[in-house]
Ligand binder design. Structure first.
Ligand code: AMP
Ligand code: MG
Length: 335
């Protein structure tokens, strides 16, 4: 059986109908160690060569600002900044960092943009992973290097400072933000019908040339039982992002250690959540919250998401036993 989800129509500016005889133009490339793709509904004669370059330029800008893998990024410069020294941040970097801190605050640090030392320590960051399984003292040491409260933002001057030794990691949020940035640009250029995707995080607006919505099938983790419904969402003025323990992980001692780290314990989250999908207007929010809710685990995540009105679907696993949980806002979107 299929489930169909219709997010509430976003209060966006009026969308004109797609032109008769339109086709889907597909633009694609690479960014942030993954791929991107933009689909546009318009006349076959429209030339998209310049637009492709423009989109790649936007994504390159996000990487130049926020990549922890590039020594010359603004993020790495901030990590190396003198303790206590204010650093003016580029517009986009500041926007992402301040939202990341909002989510850190709302989750009491389950989501933490300063999680870099743990991400690196566990072998999911730019530093190569050590050969052996870390001992508790090592994990404790990495954990000591984290702490979102050691960051301070100056909202008026759009600058930031840190106590020293911080290692920012915005990988849980930057892809979603990049999607928003591309969508904003398409809006500015007057495109009404598009679907933007960066590494699996998506945002859609308008409709396809045949006036049907941009249907997106929600990701199901590998091995999920066949009785789980296929879920299709109509992305009109909405975004979707998924975090999961099957994206990047390693196996040791008979367990799976995924790239979603619980900064409170210092260990990769081990709470039975296999994947979390969040639907939101902004893709940055969907991306950040899908990671944040994964770390929290369903018992804490569902009540919090309900309180905040977040639409989320969790797929959990305990041995051979799979379960699906949804939040109130998610159930309200079901047709
Ligand atoms: P995502 O695929 O959006 O869930 O992002 C996963 C990435 O976010 C990881 O590869 C880490 O770089 C980073 N990350 C891991 N744990 C956390 C956390 N607790 N808070 C913020 N970012 C995290
Ligand atoms: Mg995320």
């Amino acid at each position: 059986m299929n489930q169909v989800l219709i997010p509430a129509a976003a209060p966006s500016r009026r969308v004109s109908p797609p032109p008769a005889g339109g086709v889907i133009h597909m633009l694609a490339g690479e960014t942030m160690g993954t791929t991107w793709c933009v689909k546009l509904a318009d006349l076959p004669s429209v030339n998209t060569t310049r637009l492709l370059k423009r989109i790649q330029g936007i994504l390159d800008r996000v990487t130049a600002q926020m990549s922890p893998w590039r020594e010359d990024s603004d993020l790495c410069r901030f990590n190396r900044a003198r303790p206590g020294a204010w650093m003016k941040l580029p517009e986009e970097f500041f926007e992402v960092l301040s939202y990341a801190l909002d989510v850190a605050r709302a989750t009491n640090g389950a989501f933490d943009p300063t999680v870099g030392p743990l991400v690196n320590g566990w072998g999911f960051g730019p530093a190569p992973r050590g050969g052996s399984f870390p001992d508790e003292a090592e994990v404790r040491w990495w954990r000591k290097g984290c702490g979102w409260r050691r960051l301070e933002l100056d909202y008026r001057e759009r600058r930031a400072r840190q106590e020293g030794g911080i290692s920012l990691d915005l990988c849980a949020i930057a892809k979603g933000f990049a999607v928003d940035l591309v969508a904003r640009d398409l809006d500015r250029l007057g495109w009404d019908h598009y679907l933007v995707e960066v590494g699996g995080e998506l945002r859609g607006r308008g409709v396809k040339p045949d006036s049907s919505p941009w249907w997106v099938e929600l990701e199901l983790p590998h091995g999920a039982p066949p009785q789980f419904a296929r879920s299709l969402v109509a992305l009109e003025g909405a975004s979707v992002a998924t975090s999961g323990d099957y994206r990047r992980y390693f196996e040791a001692r008979g367990r799976r250690y995924s790239h979603t780290i619980d900064p409170r314990s210092g260990y990769p989250a081990q709470n039975g959540v296999v994947s979390t999908t969040v639907l939101a207007r902004e893709c940055m929010a969907a991306d950040a919250w899908s990671t944040a809710l994964t770390v929290l685990g369903v018992e804490t995540a569902v009540p919090l998401a309900d309180r905040l009105g977040l639409a989320a679907r969790f797929i959990c696993r305990d041995g051979d036993h799979w379960r699906l949980h949804t939040t109130r806002a998610y159930r309200e979107m079901l047709e």
